[in-house]
Structures are given as structure tokens and as C-alpha cells.
Design a protein around this ligand. Structure first.
Ligand SMILES: Cc1ncc(COP(=O)(O)O)c(C=O)c1O
Length: 412
């Protein structure tokens, strides 16, 4: 067939995949095995056929085969892992059955009896319980430090004994920050950062030298409250240890959740931007209300680590923490009093959510541990959704006004 000459159009050179901005890569990543399908493909199978014994042997021996048996790996899960590694700027990633599955794999995959771990006091309560209840049973010792104190992690490291330094920033629920450059500069132990509240589009711990980046992708990454999945990004050499543990513990990710998480990544940039705007509007409304004792949002100049937030975060995220005046009853009245905003646990989804950590996420902690984590009886965690900011602010302010009227203080 003769070639039909096309119009003489000068097209700009298409950028290579590595040159694309993160928002664009979030939409395109994880498609290596996609053939001509535009959307992620769900490989719902638990197993794969092999033509010969030699082929089966090679698949079984592969440390991360995606076409052998789904507990070992799966093409949809692999696609999600590839996308996260691309966004975090790491060599690889491994997905797990939940955020706690990912954290368990980090801790139990890397540490053994006699090892020493340094972690911060301000942690998601599940991580705290893993470290203080499970680790000692296996002969591991954990030192908890104030993650906001400069140099605290480094000072707690015991040369030759500390195997792992584990940080979480912004930390659940009070949005305390840890200096990523400080964690990345620690030499000797392996370093891991739970970056769930930030997502790969708000901060990239590996750029600061951190070895492993952990996410509960259940939250903002999947972003629709319909997936339970965790992920760890880092160098392949370390990920092999995590994978070895998780395959035997059965903590690997389901393809369906991986597909939903991959779907979530494609809209992450717009969702995160919107949620950050809603969170800022809520933080400002809370700060101006007389029923509120204190507000914590990294994007507010009043946050004690606002300068650090500006240095290491692209956007400040959708989470706000605040303390109401009036103790437990005020906390209860508020979370039961909102209407547009839902009262539930979890975060990062389309619906704005309020959580009362003392009675839910952190209910397993003793009073002294709650105090260490900065959780009071009237602490509330707000997760911004995708609603119109004015509707969310009006709902929150109305619930606060009712509390003010009920306690007779009259401060609206
Ligand atoms: C910061 C953080 N890390 C880890 C987890 C655990 O994630 P998952 O519920 O997916 O196991 C959570 C859950 O709330 C969290 O907030």
C-alpha cells in the first residue's frame, strides 16, 4: 500500500516516562502487563498453569513470580507495586493484605530475637501495639522516642544492636511530623517511614535517604473505602526479606484490592489537592470557633512544625486533628452531631469523616499511652472528603455551635 503523506506538523518531542510529572505518572504507571486495555486488569485467579515441570520449577524458585500462585505474586498486584515504586522513586515495592500486613512484614521480616528497634511514641495505635505487645514476645526490644524532638531517633540507636528505625509522618492522629532528612541520615540500622497520611504525591521519604516507605493504601491511595491493602517501597534487597515473611504469613495482597488501589492512584492528585483545600478550610473554621481548644494541621502557621511541613511536603493533606473544650462528652456530642460528615473510622475516602480516636483507633491503649500519643478524651480526627468545602464547613460549624449552646458558653 502506498504511503499517504501526512500534514507537515511539528510536534513537540514526547517526554520519556521518567520526565513526566508525578500527577501524570500516577495515571499511567503500572500498565506493563496491560496489553491494549486502558484500565487496570483484574487477574482474579489464585493460580496459573505451567506447560512443563521445568517451567513450574522456575516459577516456584522465582522470589517474586507473578504467574505462579497468587499468594506469591499476581499480575494485578504486581502492576500496583510497579506504580507505587515509580511514584516513590524506589527500585521496587511489595503489596500486602493491609497497612498492618505491610508494617508486620517490615518489623517481623527484618528483625529477630535480640534485635533492638527505635520507634516514635506518636504512632497509629496498631503499629504501637505491634511493637509493644508482639515484638517482646519474639525477643525484640523497642525504644520509643518523641519523634518531634530533633536528633531523638539517632540518640536512641544502639550501634551494633539497633536493626530498625521506624517513623510515621504525619503521625496518626495528631499530625506530628518527623524530619525525613534526619531519618534518612541515620547510618547503621535500616530506616522505614509510614507515609500513609502524605501519599507519594505529598512527600517522598526515599528522596531523603529513607530505606523503606510504608503505606496503608487502604486510605488515600485507594481512596474510596473499598479496598484493604498495604504497600512498602524500597530497594529489592530489603523487599525480598519482607516478601519472604509475608508469603509464609499469608499477608500478601488480594488482586481485587490491588485493582482498586491502582484505580485510586489514577485520581490521587486531584483528590489530594481537593482534600487538602477542604482540610485547610476546616482547620481555619475550627481555629476561629470558641468550642475548640486547639487545632493541628501542618498547613496552618500555628502548627509547631509548619516550617518542616513546608520543607518536606508538597501539599499538607486531608487530615486535621483538634481538641474540643469540655472533655469526653464534647467529643461524643461532636462526632454524633455532624450530618454531611460521617462518623466512622479510617480516612482518605470520598466522604468527610470524623473519628474519636480515644474510643476507636486508639481504644487499645492505656491512659498513659494515650497521653503519650497525644490523644485526649475530646480529641477528634477529621478526614476531608470530596464534598464541596462550604457544605463540610457549614456542617462542622453547626455541630460546634450546638455544643457551645448546650454548655451555655455561647461562643459560636
Ligand atoms: C498511619 C497508619 N498506618 C497504618 C495503618 C494500618 O492500615 P490498615 O488499616 O490498612 O491495616 C493505619 C490505619 O489507620 C494508619 O493510619
Amino acid at each position: 500500500m502506498p504511503e499517504i503523506p501526512g500534514p507537515e506538523v511539528q510536534r513537540p518531542e514526547a517526554p520519556g516516562p521518567g520526565e513526566l510529572r508525578p500527577e501524570t505518572r500516577a495515571i499511567r504507571s503500572g500498565r506493563a502487563d496491560n496489553q491494549t486495555a486502558l484500565a487496570p486488569i483484574l487477574w482474579a485467579t489464585s493460580t496459573f498453569t505451567a506447560a512443563t515441570v521445568e517451567e513450574a520449577r522456575a516459577l516456584a524458585a522465582d522470589t517474586h513470580s507473578s504467574h505462579f500462585y497468587t499468594r506469591y505474586g499476581n499480575p494485578t498486584v504486581r502492576a500496583f507495586e510497579a506504580a507505587v515504586a515509580d511514584l516513590e522513586g524506589t527500585e521496587g515495592a511489595r503489596a500486602f493484605a493491609s497497612g498492618m500486613g505491610a508494617l508486620s512484614a517490615v518489623v517481623l521480616g527484618l528483625c529477630s530475637a535480640g534485635d533492638h528497634i527505635v520507634a516514635q511514641r506518636q504512632l497509629y495505635a496498631g503499629t504501637r501495639l505491634l511493637l509493644q505487645a508482639v515484638c517482646p514476645r519474639f525477643g525484640m526490644e523497642v525504644a520509643f522516642v518523641d519523634g518531634t524532638e530533633p536528633g531523638a531517633f539517632e540518640r536512641a540507636v544502639i550501634p551494633g544492636r539497633t536493626v530498625l528505625v521506624l517513623a510515621e509522618t504525619p503521625a496518626n492522629p495528631r499530625l506530628d511530623l518527623v524530619d525525613l532528612a534526619e531519618i534518612g541520615a541515620i547510618r547503621g540500622p535500616m530506616t522505614a517511614v509510614d507515609s500513609t497520611f502524605a501519599t507519594p504525591l505529598a512527600q517522598r521519604p526515599a528522596d531523603h535517604g529513607v530505606d523503606l516507605v510504608v503505606h496503608s493504601a487502604t486510605k488515600t491511595i485507594a481512596g474510596h473505602n473499598d479496598a484493604t491493602i498495604g504497600v512498602v517501597a524500597g530497594a529489592e534487597e530489603l523487599l525480598e526479606w519482607l516478601w519472604g515473611y509475608a508469603v509464609l504469613a499469608g499477608a500478601t495482597a488480594s488482586p481485587f484490592d490491588a485493582m482498586n488501589a491502582l484505580r485510586g492512584l489514577r485520581t490521587l492528585a486531584v483528590r489530594l489537592r481537593h482534600q487538602s483545600a477542604v482540610a485547610l478550610a476546616i482547620a481555619e473554621a475550627l481555629a476561629a470557633h470558641g468550642a475548640v481548644e486547639a487545632v493541628r494541621y501542618p498547613g496552618l502557621p500555628s502548627h509547631p512544625q509548619h516550617d518542616l511541613a513546608r520543607r518536606q511536603m508538597e501539599v499538607f493533606g486531608g487530615l486535621v486533628a483538634f481538641d474540643l473544650k469540655g472533655g469526653y462528652e464534647a467529643g461524643r456530642a461532636f462526632v454524633e452531631g455532624v450530618g454531611v460528615v460521617q462518623h466512622a473510622t479510617s480516612l482518605g475516602g470520598p466522604e468527610s469523616i470524623v473519628t474519636h480516636p480515644a474510643s476507636t483507633t486508639h481504644a487499645g491503649l492505656r491512659p498513659d499511652e494515650l497521653a503519650e500519643a497525644g490523644v485526649g478524651p475530646a480529641t477528634v480526627r477529621f478526614s476531608a472528603g470530596l464534598e464541596h468545602p462550604d457544605d463540610v464547613v457549614a456542617d462542622v460549624v453547626a455541630a460546634l455551635d450546638r455544643i457551645s449552646r448546650a454548655d451555655g458558653a455561647g461562643h459560636a
